[in-house]
Write a protein that binds this ligand. Structure first.
Ligand code: ADP
Ligand code: ASP
Ligand code: MG
Length: 407
C-alpha cells in the first residue's frame, strides 16, 4: 500500500470534451489528498467498433497483428487528448502507451494476456509527474508487436497496473453507479450491490455482465486488489468487489446475467466410441475457441448427438474445423443456431440453499420460455434459451430471486 490511486474511465466517460472535464474532476480528488494518480483510459465510445468496421472494409480477413495495431489507436487518442487537457489545467501529467511502459503480453492478438508490467518504470516516472495517463487495452508482445487485451480490456489494464504498483484502490468509473443485481439498462428493478465477492463477480462477468472484463476480476482476486466500480457522472459510492464475507452467504442469489454472444452447434449421429469427444474438442481448443456448455444425448444404435455452445464470432471457424473432421468421426449432420442466448443466476448463497434450479425452471415455464441447455456450478445456474426471450427471462428471474427477496 502506498499513495498511488488507479482510476479507469470507460468509453462513455471519455466520449467528448465535456465528459473528459468530469474525468478531470474525479482525478483532482485523490490528488488533493496527496496521492499520485494513474489514469487508465478507454477509447471514446464507439471508436473501437468504428475501427473494427474499417478493418472489415479494407480486408476480408484482417491480419490479426495489424488489426491490433489499428484498434489500439482508439486509446492513444484518448490519453493524448486527456493529458494535454490536464496540462492546460496545470497538472504535471503525461500520457503513456502500452509499449512505452511496457505492458508485456503474449501474442494472442485480439485477446492477449498480460504477462508482466514494468512497475519500476512507472514509479520512477512518478517522481516527475503527478498524473500518468495510461492507454488501456494495449500490450506489446515479446516480438515488439502491439497487442490488445480483448473487448473491455481496459478494465484489466487498470487492475493489473493497480496490482503491479500495489495501489490503494482501483476505481473503475463507468456509465452506471456500480454493479447491479442485473443490467440496470434492461431491468428497472435492478439494485446496486454495496459489496460483491470476487467469485460472484467472476461468474457474473463470465456469464455476460460486461461491467467488468473477466480477466480484470481474475487479476483482482489473485492479487487481492480492492476494486471500486462507480459512476463518472455522480459522487455516490459504488460497489466494492472484495473477498467473500459471511453476510454475502445469507443472500441466495446476488445477480442475474445474460450473454447474447452465444451460438449452438450440434453434431447429429456421431459414432459413440471412446475418443470421439477428444477428436472433436481438441482441434477446437487448439484454435483458442472457448466452448462453454456441452450436452451429449444417450446413445441409440451406436450413435449419439453432441451439442455445445461457442461465441457467435467463432461459429464459422468451428464449423470449418468440424467439416474437416467428418471423415474421422463419421457424423450424419452438422447444425448451427446463432439465435440463442444464455441467462444465469449467480450467488455464493446457492451453496447452502437448495431448490434454486427448480425455482428458476418454474419461473421460465410461467413465461413459456423453453430451456435448450442447462449448466451449473457451485454458485451459478445457466440456461440456454432462444435469443428473443432474453430480456423477458432476465426480468422474470430477477423478479423471482431478487425482486421479492431483497426489497
Ligand atoms: P465502460 O465503457 O465504462 O467500460 P461497459 O459498457 O463496458 O462500460 O460496462 C458498463 C455496462 O455494463 C452498463 O452500461 C450496463 O449496461 C452493463 N451491465 C451489464 N450487467 C451489469 C450489472 N450487473 N451491473 C452493472 N452494469 C451492468
Ligand atoms: N476500447 C476497448 C473496447 O471497446 C477496450 C475497453 O473499452 O475497455 O473493447
Ligand atoms: Mg467496459
Amino acid at each position: 500500500m502506498n499513495n498511488i490511486v488507479v482510476q479507469k474511465f470507460g468509453g462513455t466517460s471519455v466520449r467528448n470534451l465535456e465528459c473528459m472535464k468530469q474525468v478531470l474532476n474525479k482525478v483532482r480528488k485523490p490528488l488533493a489528498d496527496g496521492n499520485k494518480v494513474i489514469v487508465v483510459l478507454s477509447a471514446m465510445a464507439g471508436e473501437t467498433n468504428r475501427l473494427l468496421a474499417l478493418a472489415k472494409e479494407w480486408s476480408h480477413t484482417p491480419d490479426a497483428a495489424e488489426l491490433d495495431s489499428l484498434v489500439s489507436t482508439g486509446e492513444q487518442i484518448s490519453v493524448a487528448l486527456f493529458a494535454m487537457m490536464a496540462k492546460d489545467e496545470g497538472l504535471r501529467a503525461r500520457s503513456l502507451l502500452g509499449f512505452q511502459i511496457p505492458i508485456i503480453s503474449n501474442d494472442s492478438y485480439g485477446k492477449a494476456r498480460i504477462e508482466s508490467i514494468d512497475s519500476a518504470k512507472i514509479t520512477g516516472m512518478l517522481a516527475d509527474y503527478d498524473v500518468l495517463v495510461l492507454a488501456g487495452f494495449q500490450g506489446v508482445d515479446p516480438g515488439d508487436r502491439i497487442t490488445t487485451l480483448g473487448r473491455g480490456g481496459s478494465d484489466t489494464s487498470a487492475v493489473a497496473v493497480a496490482a503491479a504498483l500495489k495501489a490503494q484502490v482501483c476505481e473503475i468509473y463507468t456509465d452506471v453507479p456500480g454493479v447491479f443485481t442485473t443490467d440496470p439498462n434492461i431491468c428497472a428493478d435492478a439494485k446496486k450491490l454495496d459489496r460483491v465477492s470476487y467469485d460472484e463477480m467472476l461468474e457474473m462477468a463470465s456469464m455476460g455482465a460486461k461491467v467488468l472484463q473477466i480477466r480484470s476480476v481474475e487479476f483482482a482476486k489473485k492479487y487481492n486488489v480492492a476494486v471500486h466500480v462507480r459512476s463518472t457522472f455522480s459522487d455516490e459510492p459504488g460497489t466494492i468487489v472484495t473477498q467473500e464475507d459471511a453476510n454475502m452467504e445469507a443472500v441466495q442469489v446476488s445477480g442475474v446475467a445474460y450473454d447474447k454472444d452465444q451460438a449452438q452447434v450440434t453434431l447429429v449421429g456421431v459414432l459413440d466410441e471412446p475418443g470421439v469427444c477428444a477428436s472433436i474438442f481438441t482441434p477446437i481448443a487448439e484454435s483458442k475457441i472457448l466452448v462453454d456448455m456441452i450436452v451429449q444425448n444417450p446413445s441409440k444404435d451406436g450413435r449419439t448427438d453432441i451439442t455445445f455452445t461457442v461465441p457467435r464470432a467463432d461459429v464459422d471457424h468451428t464449423l470449418k474445423i468440424l467439416e474437416a473432421l467428418k471423415k474421422d468421426i463419421g457424423y450424419l449432420a452438422l447444425l448451427s443456431d446463432r439465435g440463442v442466448s444464455k441467462v444465469s443466476v449467480i450467488g455464493v448463497g446457492m451453496r447452502n440453499h437448495s431448490g434454486v434450479a427448480a425455482q428458476a425452471f418454474r419461473a421460465l415455464r410461467d413465461e413459456n420460455i423453453n430451456i435448450l441447455m442447462i449448466s451449473t456450478s457451485e454458485i451459478k445456474l445457466s440456461c440456454l434459451i432462444e435469443d428473443k426471450y432474453t430480456e423477458l427471462a432476465v426480468r422474470t428471474l430477477h423478479q423471482t430471486f431478487v425482486g421479492s427477496e431483497q426489497q
